[in-house]
Design a binder for this molecule. Structure first.
Ligand SMILES: C[S@@+](CC[C@H](N)C(=O)[O-])C[C@H]1O[C@@H](n2cnc3c(N)ncnc32)[C@H](O)[C@@H]1O
Length: 326
């Protein structure tokens, strides 16, 4: 009798297992087994937009911190802005955007009082001094990627959140290569000269070396975007700006800092003190899962930037050859 029961039990268990595997595959391939159905959020030559972190950001807004308002610093063509507007509508909260150059299409979509066409270090103080106050608890920092700017952006925002007892989260872009330990400047003039690093003029930087490159390998410096000629050292790049602010505000707010090492690195700063038990558990689940995938993500990121650097070099060589033929 017991043997028969065991056989029946085994039969049911394996059927349940079968079902769960099928369900799992169905979740991954809802419209049949075809890779092309995966949603690609950005289709440029190299992924750079924060839009690629959408699944993480949506999960955060659902499970950890309910938005009361969203602030985006650094909007560029608005590819991520459109997604944030969608999320703001879904959660019925306002969206605010800061950028010295805001695209015309975004201006049509967002009420003009919610857009600040200026550099962040002028726009944030204006927002914080306004009455009635602008309400937001989710911030995306992706403007000018240098110590001077990010250190001050974080200081202003953490000062604001320090005065409140409600949950908040700051997402920062570019916390891994190339900006982790190297400043870059969209418009060097907006950073006072004594806080500016020596610029790399007409050179390249690549992930395979700390030294500047002049053979076309990697990302170009000069023209529209300048990198500091040296990586590392004091007050150079985004991570030192994060660390200085964590040191300043951590004790009071129990801040935690998480790095997702993909698409130039996503940093997440939040205060454990502002979260309830359930929210903390969700955050713990996130960090534990990330820990498992961290080495793989970093390897993929290193690989894509190495391959991209070498690809840019081959393009650059073709251009030089073409020039020498003329
Ligand atoms: C990397 S892009 C932003 C990309 C966008 N967040 C995305 O994920 O698709 C950086 C943007 O920051 C803007 N920017 C540059 N300096 C800034 C500053 N000091 N304050 C605010 N925005 C700045 C630039 O005009 C540019 O549009």
């Amino acid at each position: 009798m017991r043997r028969i029961l065991r056989i029946i039990q085994r039969l049911f268990t394996s059927r349940a297992l079968d079902e769960s595997i099928k369900r799992n595959l169905k979740e991954i391939f809802p419209k049949g087994y075809d890779y092309r159905q995966f949603k690609v959020l950005q289709k440029d030559e190299i992924l750079f937009s924060m839009v690629n972190f959408t699944p993480i950001i949506e999960w955060f807004m659902e499970k950890v911190i309910q938005p009361t308002g969203i602030l985006e610093i650094g909007m560029e063509q608005g590819i991520f802005t459109s997604k944030l507007l969608e999320l703001a509508r879904k959660h019925k909260v306002p969206y605010y955007g800061i950028d010295p150059n805001i695209g015309e299409s975004i201006k049509k979509e967002v009420p003009s009082g919610h857009l600040f066409e200026d550099i962040s270090l002028r726009a944030i103080p204006r927002m914080l001094q306004a009455y009635p106050p602008y309400e937001f608890n989710i911030v995306f920092i992706d403007g000018d990627h240098n110590y001077y700017t990010v250190n001050r952006e974080l200081d202003l925002l953490l000062q604001k959140f320090h005065k409140q007892s409600t949950p908040f989260v700051i997402f920062l872009h570019d916390v891994t290569w190339p900006n982790a330990f190297r400043d870059s400047y969209y418009n060097p003039e907006t950073v006072p000269q004594k806080h500016r690093k020596r610029l790399l003029e007409n050179g390249f930087i690549n992930i395979e070396s700390k030294e500047p490159d002049y053979t076309g390998k990697g990302l170009a410096s000069g023209g529209g975007m300048f990198y500091a000629s040296k990586e590392g050292g004091e007050k150079n790049g985004i991570l030192p700006a994060v660390m200085d602010n964590l040191q300043k505000y951590s004790k009071e707010m129990e801040l935690i800092f998480i790095i997702v090492p993909a698409v130039f690195g996503l940093g997440i700063i939040t205060s454990l003190k502002r979260l309830n038990k359930r929210q903390r558990e969700q955050l713990l689940y996130f960090t534990k899962s990330l820990k498992i995938f961290f080495p793989l993500l970093w390897t993929l990121e290193y690989n894509r930037l190495m391959v991209y650097g070498r690809y840019r070099k081959s393009i650059w060589e073709l251009i030089q050859k073409d020039k020498s033929l003329k």
